[in-house]
Design a protein around this ligand. Structure first.
Ligand code: NAP
Length: 524
């Protein structure tokens, strides 16, 4: 395993500072010391990325598609070594890591297909109308083009699928942007293995080395330097609100501000409607408890708020929640800081006025295991107290009890922007809560019916990005093929000669992609 930074394909360890990751199960520092990148090394990574971009941005779709597929093959070729390392550094079980690897490789291959299909560039052609009165129309053609080197901050909670070769990297590389990954301090070894796999793919595909680099750091300075480098053109981030906003601030303070696509956290409200509670209280409680405790609750889509209306069967629902949470098993959290902040943030909510625990395991453990808990509060108290709106990252959820439909709506309107919002109800429930559903749709990026938010499908129609503060820019998704749109910008060509135009905009449609020509969608 390479413990140096990997800069444009070459190991580089000029610094004297080192950083180690931890085994969260044994709570032990791991022996490999990873060398932190110096300012000079960060600059070199970005300059190499910029040089590589000049070539890589013009790579044809089949070349980029092949590159993404070779990355997937190289990751798979790491076999059990990668799985074991990711388990060691995250405490996550084998099944979860194997699944994440499948998702990582699957999304690389999905982007390859997207490139081959080609219409993602949104080619639009308005041909000249020289005879138009009172003024002629000139020829104007527009498409999306790659924006330049991208900095990627990897996620602690997805060591593979949202990390070194995860959605941000895959979408940026697909867009024609070189990537510099800032490794997450929790999984440096996993990062090193995947970074090496990507670098091998760069060589195999004959691409310039600067298309991919990976740097390590022992504090915020490394990431800050990367974001502030003038040749970085966009940032992908998944993590805390505090970290995300610090990066947004750094990006805005540059001479040339750049977009930061930060996914920062969400409480993912679930509304369980009256008829469903009356008919299926136990089943729904079971479904919710499993979703809250999945992956020790360390998902950005973890259901942190459950909203119910005072109705027949509510007592059965509350009792079932208690029993279901009692039967859950505490699992090891990703690292000590996440474990400690879970316990502190959970307690902070439970200690608020009008909050009553439904189930809260009191016995402390000396391990970093997140103890599942559920509490309840009135709608009035929730609306008034912003502390209760905060994400508790871990297996905790707060049930908000509303007196009536009006309070359901008040709660919805009081909520901040969310990645997801779910409605669990019968057909009649849904018909009689249209207003609530409309209000909820204004607050979320994904509206789910009769399901839980955990488990985000990687597909073309996915939108994983809600209004602020769940993300820094709710217009864009970090999951699914539309994630590519974060790393491109539209360019219009006015009256441009054919030989200057990119192939996607040329007469005769040489790429045979879907385009909009004079207002009509066509492959002609
Ligand atoms: P984090 O503290 O935000 O860190 C994420 C990445 O950003 C790391 O690489 C970190 O590296 C870097 N970073 C953090 N603050 C920075 C700053 N001021 N300037 C530059 N870089 C900075 O997130 P985390 O370590 O993954 O987890 C901490 C908390 O984040 C969790 O307890 C949870 O509340 C939340 N979280 C949310 C999600 C989600 O999906 N929304 C996912 C994971 C975690 P350095 O520390 O080395 O600078």
């Amino acid at each position: 395993m390479i413990t140096d930074n990997l800069i444009a394909g070459d190991p580089s360890g000029k610094g004297s500072e080192v950083v180690n990751s931890y085994d969260p199960v044994k709570r032990e520092r791991l022996p490999e010391s990873f060398i932190c990148a110096t300012e000079e090394e960060i600059n070199k990574a970005v300059e190499e990325a910029h040089e590589a971009w000049k070539i890589y941005k013009n790579s044809k779709a089949p070349e980029k598609a092949e590159f993404l597929r070779v990355i997937a093959e190289e990751i798979e070729a790491l076999g059990d070594l990668l799985v074991q390392r990711a388990m060691l550094e995250s405490g996550l079980p084998e099944g979860r890591i194997v699944g994440e690897r499948g998702r990582t490789c699957g999304q690389l291959r999905l982007f390859a297909e997207l490139l081959e299909e080609g219409s993602w560039v949104e080619a639009i052609i308005d041909e000249a109308i020289p005879e138009r009165q009172p003024l002629p129309r000139t020829d104007i053609r527009k498409m999306l083009r790659s924006s330049g080197p991208v900095a990627v901050f990897t996620a602690s909670n997805f060591p593979l699928a949202f990390s070194t070769a995860g959605g941000d990297t895959a979408s940026a590389l697909a867009a024609g942007c070189p990537v510099i990954v800032k490794a997450h301090p929790s999984h440096l070894g996993t990062n090193a293995l995947v970074a090496e796999a990507i670098s091998k793919a760069v060589v195999k595909c004959g691409l310039p080395g600067g298309v991919f680099s990976s740097i390590q750091g022992s504090g915020h300075e490394t990431g800050q330097r990367l974001v502030q480098h003038p040749l970085i053109k966009a940032v992908g981030f998944t993590g805390s609100y505090k970290g995300g906003m610090a990066i947004v601030k750094a990006a805005n303070e540059r001479n040339e501000p750049i977009p930061v696509y930060a996914e920062m956290g969400s409480t993912n409200p679930i509304f369980v409607l009256p008829e469903k509670i009356k008919n299926e209280a136990k089943t729904v409680a079971g479904q919710l408890a499993v979703s809250v405790n999945l992956g020790a609750g360390q998902f950005c889509t973890n259901p942190g708020l459950i909203i119910v209306e005072n109705c027949e069967g509510l007592d059965v629902f509350m009792e079932s929640m208690k029993q279901e949470f009692q039967s859950l098993e505490a699992a090891t959290m990703l690292n000590e800081a996440i474990y400690k902040s879970y316990e502190a943030n959970k307690q902070d909510i439970i200690d608020q006025n009008h909050v009553n625990p439904i189930y809260n395991e009191e016995n402390e453990n000396t391990e970093w295991k997140g103890r599942p808990a559920v509490a309840k509060v009135t709608a009035k108290a929730f609306v008034k107290n912003p502390v209760l709106h905060k994400e508790v990252f871990g297996p905790f959820t707060l049930v908000i009890v509303c007196n009536d439909k009006a309070e359901l709506n008040e709660v919805t309107l009081a909520m901040e922007g969310q990645l997801t919002g779910s409605v669990i109800g019968t057909e009649k429930d849904i018909e009689t809560h249209e207003n609530l559903i409309e209000n909820l749709s204004q607050k979320v990026g994904r509206l789910i019916f009769n399901g839980v938010p955990t488990g985000v499908e990687v597909c073309h129609a996915m939108h994983h990005g809600g209004p602020f503060p769940s993300t820094s820019n709710g217009k864009y998704t970090s999951v699914g093929t539309d994630a590519i749109k974060r790393f491109v910008r539209p360019v219009s060509y006015q009256n441009a000669p054919q030989n200057i135009l990119p192939d996607a905009l040329k007469d005769g449609n040489p790429l045979k992609i879907w385009r909009k020509v004079n207002g009509a969608i066509t492959k002609d």
